[in-house]
Design a protein around this ligand. Structure first.
Ligand SMILES: Cc1ncc(COP(=O)(O)O)c(C=O)c1O
Length: 407
């Protein structure tokens, strides 16, 4: 049956028409978005880039001006853009395995891979979850490496009441579509260290303007304003998803078809202003989605045999979506067969562990990452979209329970 409304795959902050009425020529756009983000994160300065990937490239290029080490350790289960950013910065990505039940590093694997060649270890907080960054810092510092905190999916998450992304030497966030706060494609890079901050600014300032790309992003942001709602998501997202699923192209279905040819340019004033206006509503939005997540989590955790990825101790994450781990790949696929194309916000995060993408395989031929591969094969995600009804959420839980009982 055709569903008229469709849940968004993640809980993102919708734009208001007021956000679009800001006038770029009368205010210092960049300052206001960067100032607001710095205030929100509780730090001195934040720097906006054209994507989270670009923010990571800027971070690595900045670190390269301070150190000549060449290797960057990354999670074997993370967004493929992370590996592409490392390669784009002419550095060598090294894959460390994850834990069997969590995307965070297996400490043994991480310790075995860091050495005097390690420029940085990228620590990742996926899905709004707070992963144990202090453990990563201890391992990285034992060999004098920097820590780059990837909080692309976790803007607003906290550990010990301090924003994630501000524990490492450098941190970055994504303002991409589907994230809490978006300018359709954008990123933020931060550092508590003045020398690194100055290097970040130098690298950021050296990026060109790209008026063609910027115009495209403005149009896309407008489309986001119009379509990011229950009646628009089918057109903006669901049609493409179902089309790709029908053809069996899972990588394109989730947007994992990443390319080395990604844009690096300055963000225009108007998008900055729109972001700054929307940023005022971010704290309330985070609180609202947290309350919804609490109720939904209570239902999910009641299902026997299923595990939900949660925060590290004393972490308080944000809740764009839930990562659910099933006891087997067959059970996971059983859930997806019934729900993925139904417009309920059930799907997959990343299709593979990094070495299993064709375009990344040549870089990781000899890596052994069994935990990350198992994690990729057993997990799926459920949106925490605010307009997904509680009835639909209960229906999702029923399907999961039936699948665990059935297989
Ligand atoms: C964990 C992680 N890191 C980096 C990125 C790259 O961010 P962007 O899509 O804004 O380039 C993403 C994208 O979603 C991500 O999920």
């Amino acid at each position: 049956m055709l569903k008229v409304t469709e849940a968004a795959p993640t809980a993102g902050l919708a734009l208001s028409w007021r956000d679009l009425l800001v006038l770029p020529f009368f205010t210092k756009a960049q300052n206001s978005l960067e100032r607001k983000l710095a205030h929100f994160l509780g730090i001195e300065d934040a720097q906006v880039e054209c994507s989270g990937t670009a923010a990571l490239v800027v971070a690595l290029e900045a670190l390269k001006t301070i150190s000549n080490r060449k290797q960057v350790v990354i999670n074997a289960y993370t967004c493929p853009w992370v590996a592409l950013a490392v390669i784009k910065a002419n550095l060598i990505p090294v894959l460390a395995d994850s834990q069997p039940q969590h995307f965070d590093y297996c400490e043994k694997s991480l310790k075995s891979l860091v050495n005097q060649q390690t420029l940085a270890v990228v620590h990742t907080h996926l899905a709004g979850r707070v992963a144990d960054v202090e453990k990563t810092i201890a391992v990285a510092k034992s060999v004098g490496a920097y820590v780059v905190e990837d909080a692309a999916q976790s803007l607003g998450a906290k550990l010990h009441n301090k924003s994630v992304g501000t524990f490492g030497d450098v941190g970055f966030y994504s303002l991409g579509v589907g994230k809490g706060l978006t300018i359709f494609s954008g990123g933020v890079v931060v550092s508590g260290d003045l020398q690194i901050r100055q290097a970040l600014r130098r690298v950021g300032d050296s990026l060109p303007r790209n008026y063609l790309f910027e115009s495209r992003r403005v149009v896309e942001l407008f489309a986001y304003f119009i379509l990011y709602r229950p009646l628009g998501m089918g057109l903006a997202f669901g049609r493409h998803l179902r089309n790709k699923l029908k053809r069996g192209n899972l990588i394109q279905a989730v947007g994992d078809d990443c390319s080395f040819d990604f844009p690096l340019h300055k963000v225009g004033a108007w998008r900055m202003m729109i972001g700054a206006s929307a940023a005022d509503r971010l704290p309330d939005f985070i609180e609202r989605t947290k309350k919804i997540a609490e109720k939904r989590l209570a239902q999910l955790t009641k299902i026997p045999g299923v595990s939900i990825v949660l925060d590290a101790q004393d972490g308080e994450g944000v809740w764009p979506f839930f990562i659910v781990q099933m006891p087997s790949e067959a059970m996971r696929d059983g859930v997806l067969d019934r729900l993925w194309d139904k417009g309920l916000g059930v799907g997959r995060l990343f299709i593979h562990a990094l070495k299993d993408y064709d375009y990344l395989a040549p870089f990781f031929a000899n890596c052994k990452i069994p935990n990350a591969q198992t994690f990729a094969s057993r997990t799926f995600i459920i949106t925490n979209c605010i307009w997904l009804s509680e009835r639909d959420f209960a229906r999702i839980c029923d399907v999961i329970s039936e699948q665990v009982a059935y297989v």
